[in-house]
Design a protein around this ligand. Structure first.
Ligand code: GLY
Length: 585
């Protein structure tokens, strides 16, 4: 089954089951607090929350769609088997059921029937369900239904894994059941403890998320029972397609094979990761431009600029010449234009062409400057070439290396890190909208809380190894030699949430570096701080007890009760001896 057939089979199946097929909404959501559409349910949010009437607008409480989605969290991870910027999501909904509606059992039956109709076997399905947490009860109803369905296993998971939504700060949400599919031993790592969510292999793949929407998360972060119940489901289309086609990765399915073979044909060098980055970013750029985004230094336009410059840069690495992307854009448009006729636009070529020209001017200027360099450079001098001419950071070292000119690496990396911190904060402030601009200092403060909580729970050997914040989440890398247990993750979350409840205050003091270090303030890249530093302390105003103290440029919020709630969404390996946590507030 090719991609067009799979999409059609899904939508036809649900149409036959009485669902109204609704076209994909734009990649740019109407909700200003969210940068892009990341899930199929977004266009139905108000119906799911009971604020609009689904029957009067769609003629049915049962809907199905194939939705264009875009995620920015993991742009650096594109190139592996599973990450994409643009992707599609298949879904079905039963909203505010009348007597014809369905809830958990109906959704489970439909999911099983559809998956079997495309050749998947229920005895290979492993189900994760919500096991209860805090005030929200374990999903016994779903567990009892799954027990009767002849699936391979049922596992109870925490809120972090099996409670879905909301996409924004507030909105409909609920416990969910995920269907993980066992692709068989040949895809496995062979470890005794291998199973769904295995860290070592892709034998078990999550294919479908069934959300049983029963709650509305309100502005104070509390979960209110909705006046109606809904079914909201999401299938990662690329993922299902790669299973159906027997591939490890969607990059090996018909969605990408034409474009990747064209890239290979033109390339002077072999680099599988570069092929995938180019193919992904071209597809992402085509769909962003179609949605109305133009390259800019902020917001959605900044993401587009980044994608275009990145695919051009990877094209250069492969030895591809100016305008190499023209046939690739054409192949991409041809691949999708029957499904999304709106992408067939000349404007797409014009916008990419202009951006490529702007980018090459920058590169030419930078190369000229570098050609004039005839002595080894300090890290700061090398970095100034970026600062002054906008020449891409990663190319400065490469070009200097070619000339046999060395730079002070450590100092250069430090300048880059300092710069990333500043520009990240700048870019996020400009994203605007609820919880983004204002969110940056909040996530920054949450990072300090996390650092300190990890040291209290895992031990003082834990040190910050890196940190990054975008408009949706914080990412924190720290030294620790093994995977954290679910209990440790929960302990860290609980400790932070208890401090948020206590309403600890945050204060800034300026002092000499010596004094700061003597006072026990944690530091990062200690040797490079200026003589005078800012120290940020998070403390209990009544007892004076200090929870966290770090040397940091800021900015931070003044009262951590504003964070409302802290949640770890991922804990994974970053590199040897370094773990990575992604968390949201
Ligand atoms: N709304 C369900 C999902 O995106 O997984």
């Amino acid at each position: 089954m090719n991609s067009n057939e799979l999409r059609k089979t899904f939508l036809d199946f649900f149409e036959k089951k009485g669902h109204k097929v609704v076209p994909s909404s734009s990649l740019l959501p109407t909700d200003p607090s969210v940068l892009f559409t990341t899930a199929g349910m977004q266009q139905f949010s108000l119906y799911l929350a009971g604020k609009k009437d689904v029957i009067s607008d769609f003629g049915s409480c049962h809907l199905a769609s194939c939705q264009k989605c875009f995620r920015t969290d993991d742009i650096e991870e594109i190139g592996d088997d599973t990450h994409h910027t643009f992707f599609e999501m298949l879904g079905n909904w039963s909203i505010g059921q009348d007597e014809s509606g369905y809830f958990k059992e109906g959704a489970i039956n439909l999911a099983l029937e559809f998956l079997e109709s495309i050749g998947l076997e229920r005895k290979r399905m492993h189900i994760t369900v919500f096991g209860g947490e805090g005030d929200i009860l374990k999903d016994d109803e779903a567990i009892n239904i799954w027990k009767t369905k002849g699936i391979a296993s049922i596992r109870e998971c925490s809120k972090k894994d099996n409670f879905w939504g909301p996409v924004s700060l507030t909105g409909p949400c609920g416990p969910c059941s995920e269907i993980h599919y066992d692709r068989g031993e040949s895809f496995g790592c062979g470890r005794d403890d291998c199973g769904p969510n295995c860290d070592y292999c892709k034998r078990y793949v999550e294919i479908w998320n069934l959300v049983f929407m029963q709650y509305f998360k309100n502005e104070s972060g509390d979960y209110e029972l909705l006046n109606q119940t809904n079914i909201d489901t999401g299938i990662g289309f690329e993922r299902l397609l790669s299973i159906i086609q027997g591939n490890n990765s969607a990059y090996d399915t018909d969605l990408f094979t034409d474009v990747i073979s064209e890239i290979k044909k033109m390339s002077l060098n072999e680099d599988e990761r570069a092929y995938r980055i180019i193919a992904d970013h071209i597809r992402g750029s085509v769909f962003l431009i179609e949605a109305g985004v133009i390259p800019a230094n902020v917001g959605q336009g900044y993401i587009l600029r980044r994608l275009i410059r990145r695919f051009i840069r990877y094209g250069n690495i492969l030895g591809l010449k100016k305008r190499f992307w023209v046939p690739l854009v054409e192949i991409t448009i041809n691949k999708y234009k029957d499904i999304y006729p709106e992408i067939n636009k000349k404007e797409i070529y014009d916008i990419i062409e202009k951006e490529e020209d702007r980018f090459s001017l920058t590169i030419d200027r930078g190369l000229k400057i570098i050609s004039e360099v005839n002595k080894d450079l300090s890290g700061k001098e090398a970095f100034d070439i970026y600062q002054t001419y906008g020449f891409p950071i990663e190319m400065i070292k490469e070009e200097l290396d070619k000339k046999g000119i060395s730079i002070n690496d450590k100092e250069f990396e430090l300048e880059v890190k300092k710069h990333q911190e500043v520009s990240r904060i700048g870019a996020e402030k400009k994203f605007g909208g609820v919880g983004t601009g204002e969110n940056t200092p909040s996530l920054h403060t949450a990072t300090h809380l996390l650092h300190s909580a990890l040291r209290k729970i895992l031990g003082e050997d834990v040190h910050q190894m890196g940190s990054d914040i975008n408009n949706e989440r914080l990412r924190f890398d720290f030294s620790f030699s093994r995977k954290m247990t679910p209990e440790e993750i929960k302990e860290v979350e609980d400790l932070i949430n208890s401090k948020i409840k206590e309403g600890l205050k945050v204060k800034k003091e300026i002092m000499s570096l010596d004094e700061a270090i003597k006072s026990g303030a944690l530091s990062f890249f200690k040797e490079k701080y200026p003589e005078e530093v800012s120290v940020w302390t998070i403390y209990n105003e009544d007892s004076g007890e200090i929870f966290s103290k770090e040397i940091c440029a800021g900015p931070h919020i003044d009262d951590i009760s504003k964070l409302k709630q802290f949640k770890i969404i991922k804990e994974e390996s970053s590199s040897s001896g370094v773990r990575r946590i992604k968390a949201i507030i």
